[in-house]
Write a protein that binds this ligand. Sequence first.
Ligand SMILES: Cc1cc2nc3c(=O)[nH]c(=O)nc-3n(C[C@H](O)[C@H](O)[C@H](O)COP(=O)(O)OP(=O)(O)OC[C@H]3O[C@@H](n4cnc5c(N)ncnc54)[C@H](O)[C@@H]3O)c2cc1C
Length: 388
Amino acid sequence: MTELTAEQRMIRDVARDFTRTKVRPIADRLDPVKGEIPQDLVDAMAEMGYFGILIPEAFGGLGLGAVEYCLVAEELARGWMSVASLIARGNMLIGSLKMLTEAQQAVYLPRMAAGKFLGAYSLSEPNAGSDLANISCRAVRVDGGWEITGNKYWCTYADRADFILVFARTETDADPRARHRGLTAFMVEKPRGELPQGVAGSVIPKIGYHGWTTWELAFDRCRVPEANMVGAEGRGFYLATAGLETARAHTAARSIGLATAGLEDAIAYARERAQFGRPIAALQAIRFKIANMATEIEAARSLLYAVCAKIDSGVRCDKEAAMAKLFASEMSERVTSEALQVHGGAGYTTLHAVERHWRDARLTKIFEGTSEIQLRIISDHLLGRDAG
Ligand SMILES: Cc1cc2nc3c(=O)[nH]c(=O)nc-3n(C[C@H](O)[C@H](O)[C@H](O)COP(=O)(O)OP(=O)(O)OC[C@H]3O[C@@H](n4cnc5c(N)ncnc54)[C@H](O)[C@@H]3O)c2cc1C
């Protein structure tokens, strides 16, 4: 990894301190009882500017790049992955800025940067997961706007967000070989704490990623004004994929943050726990585990920040971003599992945070494109899509 600048080191250190003092204590208290991220913490993150890291200064954001975004995400994930994920709810449209009208940029971005307009992302459906082009939720034109009808799945933060970015099919007779065409994105605005009018929902019971809830949603003629169509009609798939390199880097950063938290907790526990008359940190089996964990983390970090540098210099890096996401998330599960092993039976209780790191690391292999989908992207780059 190229050396961080003094400013980047400062951003990282401030985020580290914020996590230590504000995020970790709250996570340790609330995750075991499936509590929600308190609004005070969301407000404190807004004050830090975390919802606008990628948003240009002209719109009230920090105007920084993927390196800084990932540095902050990595640090926040050391405390609680859900908090590291939350920053994407402000920075979420950044890959698609060019697809927003000037009026939309002026209306949405300053409020997003200030943490006053945070979004939930509703792409997935019961039958559209990895195969996003299979979206069947429909939007039909009505007087003055659109009506959305259909079922969505896995919408995290649907209740507490200020809007849900919904992807729906506006063209139903698209060529079956080009199902990704004919999708359109809509900004469904709503009051915080409620689902939008015309939407019913229920919470999906998850094994981790606590701090916020993830929803199954049923849209029944939910009305959206014309001005809230995001990007051009039929271009929703391109809007969804425009920011994928940054989104994958962000997931790699969260994975590295979790693994680092596991490593730190393991080191602390190994120093404190004694067996056979000495701290387990003196046992070579434990020392080598720690050494391997640290090495794996550093390898993932080097890959990630090389990708971030590419993103920030405008170089396409679809393959490398997939590699970073794949490697970091697989590494994160291995490392947090080893961290749990270092804790022995104590690791298998909710009395130590290491079980949280492990449960959350498990998710990083599934969302933002599963590990198998990343392998598919990488192998397509290397072999071509149709190689026999
Ligand atoms: C806790 C949580 C929060 C989420 N939050 C959101 C959210 O806020 N908004 C949102 O839109 N979505 C969200 N998701 C959805 C998430 O993005 C999907 O779960 C993910 O894309 C995988 O889709 P799927 O679950 O339908 O799995 P499937 O696509 O059904 O995959 C099942 C298995 O088949 C494999 N597979 C599928 N296709 C291929 C292929 N072509 N080649 C090889 N293997 C393949 C997969 O890798 C996997 O192992 C969330 C998911 C979870 C678990």
